[in-house]
Design a protein around this ligand. Structure first.
Ligand code: UDP
Ligand code: MN
Length: 515
């Protein structure tokens, strides 16, 4: 399987039949089940904590803990490994229960064989394990809620099942929540490689998200660096999904939004809710969990469908006048989008009941990195009337030469036209530290470029264009037009030239601009 990512760094010495078996398992699960089935479930892993964490001491009177693992078609060996790591690396006097939530898996291994394993553990550790099985697929938010509803300890840790907790992971969480019940905490994530199962240490980072509400890592805030304490909690805008919380406080906050479907967005929705309604979110540097980033997901081929829907749902509930930014980032029309984000009335009622602050407060006080833009008047695909099967496109990365290419639905073809005259090309960024790229007339040559907007403006490049829907795109300074020309191979390329009669259209307009 020369093209399989499974065998890039693994698989030396396997027979053809073994390779086939490994590849089939990999296709099904998105990770190396063939290898996982051979690993001891009590393997030792690298202690990835900062050395100063080892000097920390914790009260012997910490709150009790329910650990919840949700899963959907996971390998049995991976589930055994997580249970073992929890039992071996959590002080037993605090570990009240481990709750498994099966979101309607189809994998036969997870039926009777898993029940047998649970019985085995429960003989050894009286009644420690519980399992709840959904009788239909409910998605990750509802799975986490199911676990939370069944939990009985003071604190809940809501985790995936393809993880391995590291030494001392629980104490910092329990101590911090004991100190302040309104903090939702995240551990630091390391990675378990999907192919070799090696633990890969990740640097401490801030969990954040972009305007698509897709999660990503941001850099550490200066205020935290200034503390010179590698063990101090870091305030973060968002959780990534995995979380620990005071069980009752999480309930008072409304747990997870069970109407978030399949995957994604539920983490940002909870995060906005927690911050806006009086809680906080922190990552605890001394609590480390290795999470297996799957190569692909067993439950969805294209996660974007769920991510987009759930992002719009979160935006509609929490983001007030800034929700347009999410529509812009996902290239969804501002009105009559036809997107069904479900009924949000009960979540809006919760927002009222908890007397929550608005999103403007969140932006200013929690996540100033996100920089909303109010000047966009047209967005979406840009097409020249010469050929409406091709769209303006940011072109190869790295590189700064825009092209035209067969139209598709991905963000490299997003274009944003501003009232002032700039065209952003490519995925919307709209952040304080990173610039969007503007369509630029460099003043010489016939090739347009994409340049970081304010840098281009400072360097005297020309980024302002006159454009009306169905009209020409004319550079205000050079008076040249953005037009298409066929190159030697007969393919259209964007050029800057004396205006002929070419005209362009942009997919969506805001508030009747240009009509
Ligand atoms: N999950 C679920 N039901 C679903 C989709 C996902 O219970 O319909 C669970 C999944 O088994 C996993 C968790 O949600 O434990 C997070 O999903 P995943 O690990 O695929 O996402 P990632 O951690 O890679 O973001
Ligand atoms: Mn996961």
């Amino acid at each position: 399987f020369p093209n399989s990512p499974l065998f890039k760094q693994w698989g030396e010495g396997l027979s053809e039949a073994q390779q086939k078996k490994a590849q089939d398992l990999f296709q099904k699960f998105g990770y190396n089940v063939y290898l996982s089935d051979q690993l001891p479930s009590n393997r030792t892993v690298l202690d990835t904590r900062d050395s100063r964490c080892l000097q920390k001491t914790y009260s012997s009177q910490l709150p009790s803990l329910s650990v919840i693992h949700i899963f959907m078609d996971e390998a049995l060996s991976v589930i055994q490994q997580v249970i073992t790591s929890i039992i071996n690396r959590t002080p037993s006097r605090m570990l009240k229960e481990i709750i498994l939530v099966d979101d309607f898996s189809s994998n036969g291994e997870l039926k009777a064989p898993l029940n047998e394993k649970i019985k085995f553990y429960n003989r050894k550790y009286a009644g420690l394990l519980k399992i709840i099985r959904h009788t239909k697929r409910k998605g990750l938010a509802q799975s986490r809620n199911t676990g939370w509803e069944a939990a009985t300890a003071d604190v809940v840790a809501v985790l995936d099942a393809h993880i391995e907790v590291n030494i001392g992971w629980a104490e910092p969480i329990l101590a911090r929540i004991q100190e302040d019940r309104t903090v939702i905490v995240s551990p630091v994530f390391d990675n378990i490689r999907f192919d070799t199962f090696e633990l890969q240490k990740y640097a401490l980072a801030v969990d954040g998200f972009n305007w698509e509400l897709r999660c990503r890592y941001d850099s550490l805030p200066q205020s935290w660096i200034g503390l010179h304490d590698a063990t101090a909690p870091v305030k973060i805008p968002s959780i990534m999904g995995i979380l620990a919380a005071d069980r009752l406080f999480l309930g008072e906050m409304g747990a997870l939004d069970g109407e978030m479907l399949v995957y994604g967005g539920e983490n940002v929705e909870l995060s906005l809710r927690v911050w806006q309604c009086g809680g906080k979110i922190e990552v605890l540097p001394c609590s480390r969990i290795a999470h297996l980033e799957r190569h692909h997901k067993p439950y969805a081929l294209d996660l974007n469908v769920a991510l987009k829907r759930n992002a719009l749902r979160a935006a509609e509930i929490w983001m007030d006048e800034y929700k347009d930014m999410v529509y812009l980032a996902w290239n969804v029309p501002p009105e009559n989008s036809g997107m069904d984000y479900g009924d949000i009335s009960s979540r809006k009622a919760l927002r009222e009941k908890l007397k929550c602050k608005n999103f403007d407060w969140y932006l200013k006080n929690v996540y100033p990195l996100l920089k909303p833009i109010h000047s966009i008047v047209g967005y979406g695909r840009m097409k020249n009337t010469l050929d409406d099967s091709i769209c303006l496109d940011q072109g190869p990365i790295p590189g700064n030469t825009p092209i035209v290419f067969s139209c598709h639905t991905y963000s490299p073809q997003n274009v944003y036209y501003h009232l002032m005259g700039e065209f952003y090309v490519g995925a919307l960024i709209a952040e304080t530290n990173t610039e969007d790229r503007c369509l630029t007339d460099p003043g010489k040559g016939e090739t347009p470029t994409l340049e970081p907007c304010s840098k281009a403006a400072k360097n005297g490049l020309h980024i302002y264009w006159d454009f009306k829907l169905g009209g020409a795109i004319v550079n205000r300074a050079t008076k040249r037009c953005l037009e298409l020309q066929k190159d030697v191979s007969g393919t259209y390329v964007p050029v800057l030239q004396t205006c002929t009669t070419q005209v362009w259209k942009i997919q969506h307009t805001i508030r009747n601009w240009g009509s």
